[in-house]
Design a protein around this ligand. Structure first.
Ligand code: ADP
Length: 307
């Protein structure tokens, strides 16, 4: 009988500009590792990281709770979380714990769920951090690659990214508010102009086409959002300068990663990625903000470490 399962899940970027709440891309920048062990009863969380340990307020805890209830699992579960993804920076940290946990519960109790169901359970855990269920980060973290999330009913489409796609991520060293995702959802406009909708829709469409055609340049130059990014950019110190610098250094497109405050620049293997990173750092420095930059590529999804 399986008594412990270890699953690793990658960081991810949501939105990719115009694909707000719809697009996600798994990134090999960071990983979370979750170990699940069967116990007699209840749900306990152990971690050395600064995240909630009450199962109700931890994305992994909520996933276990929801899956236990759905499949009428009477045994208890201990969840050990080792965080590699900084929490609250728009790198899909809370989602990766949820994604790894959904996959681990599936293995531990031999549920044999399909990808869509795993994403659905992982997404239910996001309520613990964001206050609402959303699937873009968890879908990328569970399945890997580029994902499109259609809701009502949930249908997730995965596309294998082009091999030469590269990203530069910058994580600024600033204090993020607790429940940041909830705060940054609050600034999004309730109504949009039709011209803006058309522009975003056309860019979102060419992002999808770029992934299908394996054309990284098409993806990069379509990372353009005139609806959500303008409403959120004031929350990121020096954002306009960061973006301008990165584009000048050869980035194809630059936007906020998820709900921020991390910024992501899209490029290809043949771009000068170090030049783009240092241009981004200089942009943040112009607003007296330090940042950590990481050059990364698309990642595969959550993996059982014992397989
Ligand atoms: P992120 O982009 O990092 O997921 P969010 O603001 O959506 O950012 O989530 C981070 C918040 O979620 C933090 O306040 C953190 O305390 C809370 N949280 C709950 N469970 C977890 C978890 N397992 N991993 C990371 N953060 C978690």
């Amino acid at each position: 009988m399986t008594s412990a399962v270890v699953v690793k899940a990658p960081s991810s970027t949501a939105n990719l500009g115009p694909g707000f709440d719809v697009f996600g891309l798994a990134l090999d920048a960071f990983n979370d590792e979750v170990t699940l062990t069967k116990t007699k009863s209840g749900i306990t969380i152990t971690t050395e990281d600064n995240i909630p340990t009450d199962p109700e307020y931890n994305t992994a805890g909520l996933v276990v709770k929801n899956m236990k209830k759905k499949f009428n699992i009477k045994e208890g579960v201990e969840i050990k979380i080792k965080k590699g993804i900084p929490a609250g920076f728009g790198m899909g940290s809370s989602a990766a714990s949820a994604a790894a946990t959904a996959v681990a519960v599936d293995k531990l109790f031999r549920l044999k769920l399909d990808g869509n169901s795993l994403v659905e359970f992982a997404g239910s855990g996001e309520k613990a951090s964001a206050g609402s269920v959303h699937y873009d980060n968890v879908a990328a973290s569970v399945l890997g690659g580029f994902v499109i999330v259609k809701t009502n009913p949930l249908e997730v489409v995965r596309i294998e990214p082009p091999k030469d796609l590269r990203m530069c991520i910058a994580v600024p060293k600033i204090n993020v508010p607790k429940r940041k995702t909830k705060v940054s959802r609050g600034v999004i406009p309730k109504k949009v102009r039709m011209v803006d909708n058309v522009l975003n829709l056309s860019n979102a469409s060419t992002i999808v086409a770029g992934f299908i055609k394996k054309d990284s340049e098409m993806i990069g130059r379509s990372i353009r959002d005139v609806i959500v990014e303008p409403a959120r950019q004031h929350m990121i110190p020096g954002f306009l300068k960061v973006k301008q610098n990165a584009l000048k250094a050869g980035a194809l497109g630059v936007t906020i990663s998820g709900a921020g405050p991390s910024v992501i620049a899209f490029a290809t293997r043949s771009s000068d990625l170090k030049k783009i990173s240092s241009a981004i750092s200089k942009g943040f420095a112009s607003a007296n903000t330090e940042c950590k930059t990481i050059i990364c590529k698309p990642s595969k999804g959550a993996v059982d470490m014992k397989q």
